[in-house]
Design a protein around this ligand. Structure first.
Ligand SMILES: Nc1ncnc2c1ncn2[C@@H]1O[C@H](COP(=O)(O)OP(=O)(O)OP(=O)(O)O)[C@@H](O)[C@H]1O
Length: 528
């Protein structure tokens, strides 16, 4: 394993001796459900061969028995019946032993990678990428592409979610930021879907922002290289005037708003959709998106559809809601639910006032600026204000928020990706899902509105096994909300002052205060 990839492939070494008690309970519980065992076993090529052999043996024995019965008397027949019973029992216990061994192997693999599952008949996690072909008949182009990306082994979420989806099961999955959830849902779609078809849209992926939808489309195309899949990003143009009846489209990636707009124009038939993915699902289940998501879910009326939900944060309320639309879904949690990546060094910095924050930021950039750096603020207005302040500081700075044109937004992302921009000032519009390679530091200039927002913002660094840093500035106004963030920090192994953890618990979770505008000019001058 490569050094530095500890987070992606993190897990604890399972001490069987120490946990022998717990482990035996687990095994007993699983053994009760024989259908589960069969399911798990059928998933692995290795055991499949064993089963075939078993059945082969059975058939052989049956043949012998019937030959014997033909030529001998009643006594012989009764002897053979006993033999038959014994053999059947033998076979059964052999089978059970093998099944138990497989369950044991699955449990160990899950434990090693911090995978927690609920649901019945959960398929075995992948041992490695080669199992994609040995167990599921994956085409060589896909394995070649994975190798080209340099992916040596599946990440924990990929190990479990891919096998679940390939077994035709629905799932809701929660795994840390930057842990490869995108591949976990793209891979099964590409493996199962008929490519280059004229049958209409058969997979829909919904992302909360245009930037994330564009990124996912690009990843999907890269992964599909070598096979003629029609993969479309729902652009404004396409939503307005695209005729999906005439245009071939296997996989459609869209934001909720654009897909809803296109559906309203009655040009979008989703009745053949076989896969529906809600990425950043907790965001999609928030009030602003709820109606669009509801209509998409309803329009995907194919009874054999496989729906999946992915996010790094999955509140209980979303899980409950998800259960109402899914059937027989598997729940997959990697590591601790709703936690930040352990590879990010997190710091809280008291800046006193709004003015203090600007001074602190300038000072920190003057002392050491290690690009790329992402700076989050709470509104479009504040993003523009901070941009104006830093634009003349001899730093290559840019800004991105929802009020910019599509081209401006795209340029901001592209320039940041290309290293032309050192510091990108952003609202939460790019806090979710965006995969910028190697962000060294995330600065929460404005305190995040919730623990979930914090986890996603800082998760833009410390991705794919790399380390990162996150600094959160706070003022007197933010102090009552510190505890929420401090709990996340503590859970991911950061040291937090005890006085913060002892702050009273707040009922109100969202924090978006009115703040003085960003400027070092005195207040009376600002108002002129
Ligand atoms: N098996 C793998 N081995 C190594 N790198 C991988 C593997 N799978 C994905 N990656 C890389 O990990 C990075 C993060 O992946 P991805 O964007 O899918 O994370 P995510 O879990 O969706 O994060 P977020 O919660 O922020 O959306 C990407 O750069 C991707 O190329």
């Amino acid at each position: 394993m490569e050094k530095g990839s500890s987070f992606l492939f993190s897990g604890t070494h399972f001490n069987r001796k120490k946990f022998a008690g717990d482990f035996s309970i687990f095994i007993e519980k699983k053994v009760r459900d024989e259908s589960l065992e069969n399911m798990s076993l059928a998933e692995t090529g290795e055991v499949e061969t064993e089963e075939v052999m078993l059945y082969g043996k059975k058939r052989k024995r049956k043949a012998k028995v019937s030959e014997t019965v033909k030529g001998f008397n009643v006594f012989k027949t009764s002897e053979t019946a006993t033999e038959l019973e014994d053999n059947a029992e033998n076979d059964h216990s052999q089978e059970r032993k093998k099944m138990n061994r497989q369950i044991e192997r699955d449990a160990l693999l899950r434990k090693k990678h911090g995978i927690h599952i609920s649901g019945h008949n959960v398929p075995s996690p992948l041992k490695d990428f080669s199992e994609l072909s040995s167990r599921y008949g994956c085409k060589s182009y896909l394995l070649r592409n994975l190798a080209e990306f340099g992916y040596k082994e599946p990440t924990p979420i990929q190990r479990q979610a891919i096998s679940v989806l390939l077994s035709g099961r629905e799932c809701f999955a929660c795994a840390p930021t930057g842990s490869g959830k995108t591949l976990a849902f793209l891979c099964p779609i590409l493996m199962k879907l008929k490519h280059g078809s004229k049958d209409g849209i058969r997979a829909v992926i919904i992302c909360p922002t245009r930037e994330l939808a564009a990124q996912t489309t690009r990843e999907c195309k890269k992964l599909a290289k070598g096979k003629k899949f029609y993969i479309k990003l729902m652009t404004k143009e396409l939503a307005r005037s695209g005729n999906f009846e005439k245009m071939p489209c296997d996989i459609l990636v869209s934001t909720p708003l654009r897909i809803r707009f296109s559906m309203r124009k009655k040009k979008l038939d989703l009745s053949r959709v076989e896969y529906l993915v809600l990425d950043e699902s907790d965001k999609l289940f928030e009030l602003g998106f709820m109606r669009q998501i509801d209509s998409v879910v309803k329009a995907c009326s194919n009874p054999s559809i496989i729906r999946s939900l992915f996010s790094a944060t999955l509140p209980d309320s979303v899980e409950e809601l998800a259960r109402t639309i899914m059937h027989d879904a598997v729940r997959i949690i990697v590591g601790r639910k709703n936690s930040a990546s352990e590879l990010i060094k997190q710091k809280l910095v008291f800046a006193g006032s709004e003015e203090g924050k600007l001074l602190a930021l300038r000072q920190s950039f003057a002392e050491s600026l290690n690009p790329p750096v992402l700076v989050f603020v709470q509104s479009k207005e504040r993003a523009q204000e901070l941009y104006r302040e830093l634009a003349f500081d001899n730093i290559r700075v840019d800004v991105i928020h929802a009020d910019l044109s599509q081209t401006q937004r795209e340029n901001a992302v592209d320039n940041f990706r290309a290293g032309k921009t050192w510091v990108l000032i952003a609202t939460d519009v790019i806090a979710r899902g965006m995969d910028f390679k190697g962000i060294n530091c995330v600065i929460n200039y404005d305190f995040p509105e919730s623990a979930a927002a914090y986890i996603h913002r800082i998760g833009r660094s410390g991705r794919a096994g790399r380390s990162g840093e996150a600094i959160t500035l706070y003022t007197e106004d933010d102090v009552p909300f510190l505890r929420n963030i401090a709990n996340v920090m503590k859970a991911s192994g950061c040291v937090v002052p005890s006085w913060i953890l002892e702050l009273p618990k707040l009922k109100r979770k969202k924090h978006r205060p009115q703040r003085d505008s960003i400027s070092i000019k005195p207040k009376d001058e600002q108002e002129e």
